[in-house]
Design a protein around this ligand. Structure first.
Ligand SMILES: Cc1ncc(COP(=O)(O)O)c(C=O)c1O
Length: 397
């Protein structure tokens, strides 16, 4: 067997199931706030496009994907990030993905030379796929703690030159899961300067780009930073985008990667062998989804409404940083995060996720300790009910 498989860590939800095992919750309706699975109604026009294109199931798709999907994705990037017309070449700069998870994993396999001692740098806490992808590619994960004192962003200046020299890929996640923190253009440009100086690739996981809480402040993107620095071919950078969160269709498995043609071309070769072409009916239903911004705004407004409702209930009783984007809360807990999670289930029938399950121990500690992740994915009334139960719990403890 591949010895790297043994290096993989248990998935957070497996650990959560063990933590809850044997506990008896009270007879209140259960509210799951642990998993980051969008639960808003998927838009009808996407479902119609899916059904209307089922006749394509008789044909094999190719890894490059349909031109119309690449055009729609490039058009959305240009609109969303103000890149200007024709800034993103759909022929050479975009590939469809079966959701970003698959693409994030596969990208690392195509970039890392596993015979060396390459590092894959990533935020800590993080989306666990970055780490698993690095380990299975034969690289070492390098954890960059995201702490409140640094605005929940990795402190790029704290990393030594030797570490950067060993780095093959830097993962940035903005808006961040689980912190809800956003990297501004200056931060992204600094990361880019380092990438040029030390010769590494930046993979920007931007799957929450359309879910932000201040309607007037859409988060910046990595391709925007490239453009601002005159890197019009997005050298050394790729970004990952998804319909899962933007359009509330996580089960559709549709996303794309875009950026440096010098990275996209070998990635296409990798994908051809890997056999992860996106089914044609999924691609064809994704075209109108990327072309339409209205449903994404409506979806975003539902999350804004939930934060507005939940905030005044929890903020007075918890140390609760206000997220800028995505759909998570990342409060500090007085008790250790596992006990708090257990008590939330045992006393209130709420499932939360201990922050330490999303992070790793480092020489400076585990940045998920004394934090829990709360997903605002349930309907508004359930989120409010959960917040009230949590407030009650905090007051009790
Ligand atoms: C930070 C982050 N990246 C990527 C993904 C994967 O999303 P998908 O594969 O549905 O596009 C998720 C899903 O929860 C996520 O939180």
């Amino acid at each position: 067997m591949n010895p790297y498989l043994e290096k993989l860590h248990r998935y957070p939800f497996e650990r959560l199931a063990l933590l809850k095992d044997g506990l008896q919750p009270p007879a209140k309706p259960h509210i799951a706030m642990s998993i980051g699975e969008p639960r808003h109604q998927p838009p009808a026009f996407i479902a119609e496009a899916l059904v209307g294109n089922l006749d394509t199931m008789g044909s094999y798709p190719v890894a490059l994907g349909l031109a119309e999907l690449r055009v729609a994705a490039a058009g959305w990037l240009e609109r969303r990030f103000g890149l200007g017309e024709n800034a993103v070449d759909p022929e050479t700069m975009v590939l469809p993905l079966n959701g970003t998870r698959e693409g994030l994993f596969a990208f690392v396999q195509s970039v890392v030379d596993g015979r060396g001692d390459s590092l894959v740098a990533m935020p800590n806490p993080f989306y666990q796929i970055y780490e698993g992808a690095a380990l299975l590619a034969g690289a070492q994960p390098f954890y960059l703690n995201t702490l409140e004192e640094n605005g929940f962003l990795p402190d790029l200046e704290a990393v030594g030159a030797d570490t950067w020299r060993q780095t093959a890929i830097l993962f940035l996640c903005s808006p961040g899961n689980p912190t809800g923190a956003v990297m501004d253009l200056a931060y992204l440009q600094r990361a880019l300067e380092l990438a040029v100086k030390y010769d590494f690739v930046i993979a920007g996981d931007e799957c929450y780009a359309d879910l932000y809480f201040d309607e007037d402040c859409p988060p910046a993107g990595l391709l925007q930073a490239c453009q601002a620095m005159g890197h019009d071919r997005f050298q050394r950078c790729v970004v990952f985008h998804s319909l899962s969160k933007r359009s509330s269709v996580p089960g559709m498995r549709s996303g794309f990667v875009a950026g440096d043609p010098g990275l996209i071309k070998p990635f296409l070769l990798y994908r051809t062998y890997h056999g992860c072409a996106v089914p044609l009916f999924i691609q064809l239903a994704s075209v109108p989804a990327w072309q339409d911004d209205r449903h994404a705004a409506e979806n975003r407004h539902l999350y804004q409404e939930k934060l507005t409702a939940v905030w005044p209930i929890l903020e007075p009783v918890m140390d609760l940083p206000r997220p800028q984007a995505a759909f998570y809360l990342w409060p500090r807990t007085e008790q250790d995060e596992e006990s708090f999670t257990r008590e939330a289930y045992r006393q209130q029938n709420l499932t939360l996720l201990p922050g330490s399950y999303l992070a790793r121990d480092t020489a400076d500690g585990n940045p998920g300790k004394h934090r829990v992740r709360i997903s605002l994915v349930a309907p508004l009334a359930e989120c409010v009910d959960a917040a009230e139960r949590l407030r009650h719990l905090v007051n009790q403890l």
